[in-house]
Ligand binder design. Structure first.
Ligand SMILES: CC(C)(COP(=O)(O)OP(=O)(O)OC[C@H]1O[C@@H](n2cnc3c(N)ncnc32)[C@H](O)[C@@H]1OP(=O)(O)O)[C@@H](O)C(=O)NCCC(=O)NCCS
Length: 146
């Protein structure tokens, strides 16, 4: 297995993996090729993919705003789970965040994603139950359910 930074040329394979992964929380703007390209341009060192036999098997998207880092859309192909691939991707992201002097990294996850939450617990991402996530939409987004 090889892990490398995601390039926009990986977009179609990445998007197909997301489409095949239940409850990814995609939308038509941020997860379009243009949206992901913008994310990669702003954060060229923070998103990674894993490949096996030249096939994309996993992805993690991440960005930072100079204060906090955020992780999105971590997905590992069903046939390659429980092999430490996501753990390896997280390590790459956290090392790069540290190199950028980012002090905290967070993510959003559906509460009923039990396996995903078990994974993030294991990775040391704690639940903040003293906070609400508040959201104000500046543009209309169409959800893409997977
Ligand atoms: C969550 C996900 C990314 C984990 O990927 P993975 O490569 O299988 O995870 P790893 O092999 O690196 O797991 C590391 C540790 O996390 C925990 N873990 C991972 N998947 C788990 C599961 N389904 N149930 C319980 N614990 C789990 C385990 O402790 C595991 O170590 P172990 O296998 O030695 O017990 C993968 O299951 C996935 O793509 N799920 C669908 C998408 C999703 O829910 N993404 C997260 C929300 S954005």
């Amino acid at each position: 297995m090889t892990v490398r930074r995601m390039q926009i040329e990986d977009y179609t394979d990445v998007y197909n993996l997301w489409l095949a992964t239940p409850r990814m929380g995609l939308n038509d703007v941020d997860d379009s090729e243009q949206g992901i390209n913008r994310m990669l341009q702003r954060n060229p060192t923070l998103s990674f993919i894993a490949e096996k036999d030249n096939q994309l098997v996993a992805v993690i998207i991440a960005g930072q705003d100079g204060r906090r880092g955020y992780i999105y859309h971590t997905a590992v192909h069903l046939d390659y789970r429980r092999q430490g691939i996501a753990q390896e991707l997280i390590k790459n992201v956290l090392d790069e965040m540290k190199a950028l002097n980012i002090s905290k990294v967070g993510l959003f996850i559906f509460q009923d994603n039990y396996s995903g939450n078990s994974f993030w617990n294991k990775m040391g991402f704690n639940i903040r139950d003293d906070l609400y996530y508040r959201n104000h939409a500046l543009t209309e987004l169409e959800r893409i359910d997977t």
